[in-house]
Design a protein around this ligand. Structure first.
Ligand code: ADP
Ligand code: MG
Length: 268
């Protein structure tokens, strides 16, 4: 169970076992939006593809200590945290070696708790982090389970396309299993619709279906499909910096606001 008295306020796992639904984009831009209003935010890149690391400008050569070292080599969070070009936004980068982490992790009796324990290391408080966002790989693998065990909540990006809701029951089942076995307080932070094209009737239908099935769990904020969002990573920037007035930027600022006001509401 995450330690609520530790230095960081909230650990959020960004999860969807489908690839290409906007997990990494949401980690980077929600992180940037939270940092922009003064929070200290760390993104943990838990995907061996390392897209969050690349998207925030960390060249492979700059990734000396990585998520692998945090989980499997006993390195502290402070040691593996890298600065980004954005004030208050940090990243624990990933490299391809994380793809062998699963096998290594299975050897440990503590296999589901490795990330959680790493995040509880003694120097964590000094980092004064408000949020840790964990960018998960596109699977419900042991890495993702580690993220769920470490987190206060799970945030699910849902791409506004046909079949979007199909994988959700499997995801929710995993959440329930993690609650039962390791992290009883794990909450669903919410489901956020991504790459939404309001002119597309199918997308509209996905929104209706999601609200019908999931009710309040669906964020009011919807992330539109916006070409600036997809261009930003090749400039190694969050869209908030690449094109600060773009629709994508505005949406991610709204999402940060909705998230923090919900957080306050539940804390009250
Ligand atoms: P995941 O991490 O779930 O695999 P990504 O965040 O990498 O998904 O997004 C998949 C692709 O879609 C990327 O090329 C990304 O730039 C693009 N993308 C994500 N969100 C948007 C958006 N709102 N508008 C346009 N393109 C987007
Ligand atoms: Mg990704």
């Amino acid at each position: 169970m995450p330690d609520r008295d530790s230095g960081y306020r909230k650990v959020i796992a960004i999860v969807n076992q489908k690839g290409g639904v906007g997990k990494t984009t949401t980690a980077i831009n929600l992180g940037a939006a939270l940092a922009e209003v003064g929070h200290r935010v760390a993104i943990i890149d838990l995907d061996p593809q390392g897209n969050a690391s690349t998207g925030l400008g960390l060249e492979s050569n700059d990734r000396e200590l990585t998520t692998y070292d945090l989980i499997l080599e006993g390195r502290s969070l402070a040691a593996v945290l890298h600065k980004t070009n954005i004030d208050g936004l940090f990243i624990v980068p990933a490299t391809a070696d994380l793809s062998s982490a699963d096998i290594e992790m299975y050897k440990s009796k503590n296999r589901s708790f490795l990330l959680r324990d790493a995040l509880r290391s003694s120097d964590v408080d000094e980092l004064n982090l408000d949020f840790i966002l964990i960018d998960c790989p596109p699977s419900l693998s042991l890495l993702t389970v580690n993220a769920m065990v470490s987190a206060h909540s799970v945030l699910v990006p849902l791409q506004s396309e046909f079949f979007a809701l199909e994988g959700l029951s499997q995801l929710m089942l995993t959440v329930r299993e993690v609650r039962q076995s390791a992290n009883p307080d794990l909450r669903i932070e919410g489901v956020v619709l991504t790459m939404f094209d309001g002119r597309n009737r199918l997308a509209q239908q996905v929104l209706v279906d999601a609200r019908e099935t999931l009710g309040e769990l669906v964020f009011k904020t919807i992330i539109p499909r916006n070409v600036r969002v997809s261009e930003a990573p090749s400039h190694a920037l969050p869209v908030l910096q690449y094109d600060t007035g773009s629709k994508g930027s505005l949406a991610y600022r709204d999402l940060a606001l909705e998230l923090t006001s919900r957080t306050k509401a539940t804390a009250a």
